[in-house]
Design a binder for this molecule. Structure first.
Ligand code: ADP
Ligand code: ZN
Length: 442
């Protein structure tokens, strides 16, 4: 890796730069306490450990994690809303819920301590993107049940930055505030960051002259390296990836530093594992698989071996920023987001990487999967750019053909590519909806 010229800010160096041995020891102690607490306070988990023949005393450290049974999103639905709490309800000071991408929203309960931990994780996250108390942080994630808004708000507040709690929506007002108040750091989904960037350009605003933006923390949905470049160009900023989920606390479970080379995991609060999603077996660093988290400091609703269904790889290689916390790569898909089309595994992110590289189209797309004569079909609708819209038919056809060929070679299946008019695909203010699967309707 080439030497970095960057100045790296670290919120809590004692933890973020801890030696791997010390970390292992700390994680082990905290895991033992969490398992005991969970066994004593959560009947569902005690029953599950008993059924697996595992007693709390069998778990002596991180290396014994593999003996514990997994938790699943369905558990949060089955024991909704309070049956997984490990603390008395009177100790719970907040409820947050997931955005419900894959069904009925789930909720999580936080003790005061849990809110404090989450805020610290987000303070580390924003600091890694360069934030200090002199910054102006615009929170454009939804403030509400969804964890994005409150997470970013709490982290910025902890740093002592000036927070603008905009919540999502109303693009014109977002841009007005950004200009008037001199926003330096933006927090929103990458799809909305792209939309904001495009709108800013259309309004004739030059981010490098008219705005003070320097960085953004973008997450809550999968995005690509190509999309990062586009956002950085549109807004003239450093775009950092940020990961989290309601079950584990919210955004800030993992965050990128300005090296932008994977997200550091807040390993003093969570243990990350990668497993083979089919067998549940642990996989070594470097191998792609399903990400599993165990919380080791949470007291409201601790999670032991929670299966995220997110697919990525882990690495504990040294990072140029000085942090020793292991990193997770981009989420390349979600096992429950993965489409199986004519037997081939297809992730929307693969198609996105093709579209972002193609000329003449904007990275706004929709995948429509259907079944015709018992065979699966995939239609990729993608928006043309304004310039291209007025172009000759043969040129448009060439681009269409190019994209079709690229999808065939990257994903391995044939698709029908349809170029649609600029701005005709609905924009999202939160997580983008990219797939319509009509196969269940037949
Ligand atoms: P859901 O989307 O399941 O309703 P949440 O709102 O808690 O639940 O979102 C958590 C999920 O969002 C993660 O499991 C992951 O799939 C996705 N996600 C969050 N951050 C990122 C990121 N940086 N890259 C890709 N996916 C992300
Ligand atoms: Zn780093």
């Amino acid at each position: 890796m080439e030497m970095s010229q960057r100045e790296h800010r670290i919120y809590n160096p004692a933890v973020e730069c801890i030696s791997r041995d010390e970390l292992h020891q700390l994680q082990s102690e905290r895991l033992v306490a969490t398992v005991k607490r969970e066994y004593e306070n959560v009947p569902m988990y005690r029953a599950r450990m008993d059924a697996a023949g595992v007693k709390p005393e069998d778990i002596r450290g991180v290396d014994d994690l593999k003996y514990l049974p997994f938790m699943e999103k369905t558990d949060l639905r089955d024991y909704y809303p309070f049956d997984l709490l490990a603390s008395p309800k009177s100790e719970i000071v907040r409820i947050q819920g997931s955005s419900g991408t894959t069904g009925k929203p789930i909720v999580s309960g936080y003790t005061r301590n849990d809110i404090e931990i989450w805020s610290e994780m987000m303070a580390r996250t924003l600091t890694a993107a360069g934030a200090t108390k002199d910054d102006v942080v615009q929170v454009t994630y939804g403030l509400g049940l969804f964890t994005g808004g409150f997470g970013a708000y709490q982290g910025a507040d902890k740093i002592g930055a000036m927070v603008i709690p905009m919540s999502s929506g109303n693009t014109n007002r977002q841009i007005m505030m950004m200009k008037d108040l001199g926003t330096t750091l933006l927090c929103c989904t990458p799809s909305y960051a792209t939309y904001l960037g495009e709108t800013i350009r259309e309004m004739g605003i030059d981010p490098n002259k008219d705005l003070k933006l320097k960085a953004g923390c973008f997450g809550a949905e999968p995005w690509t390296e190509e999309m990062r470049k586009r956002i950085e160009e549109l807004l003239g900023i450093d775009a950092c990836d940020i990961y989290g989920l309601t079950e584990i606390s919210g955004p800030g479970v993992a965050f990128e530093c300005l090296e932008k080379h994977g997200m550091h995991i807040n390993e003093d609060h969570v243990i990350a594992e990668i497993i083979n999603p089919a067998t549940g077996e642990q996989l070594p660093y470097g191998k792609p698989g399903e990400l599993v988290f165990t919380t080791i400091t949470k007291t409201g609703m601790p999670m032991l071996r929670y299966r995220t269904h997110d697919i990525c790889t882990l690495t504990d290689e040294k990072c140029e920023c000085g942090r020793t916390l292991a990193r997770m790569g981009r989420i390349t898909g979600r096992t429950d987001d993965m489409l199986v089309i004519r037997g081939v595994n297809v992730f929307p992110s693969q198609i996105e990487s093709v579209l972002v590289r193609a000329d003449g189209v904007a990275p706004h797309y929709m995948l429509i999967v259907d079944r015709v004569n018992s065979s699966d079909t995939l239609e990729v609708q993608v928006e043309m750019t304004e310039d291209m819209f007025g172009d000759t038919v043969s040129h448009i056809e060439n681009i269409r053909k190019y994209i079709t060929d690229q999808i065939k070679s990257v994903v391995g299946i044939a698709s029908k590519v349809t170029l649609v008019a600029p701005k005709s695909i609905p924009r999202s203010e939160g997580k983008a909806k990219r797939v319509i699967d009509n196969r269940n309707l037949h």
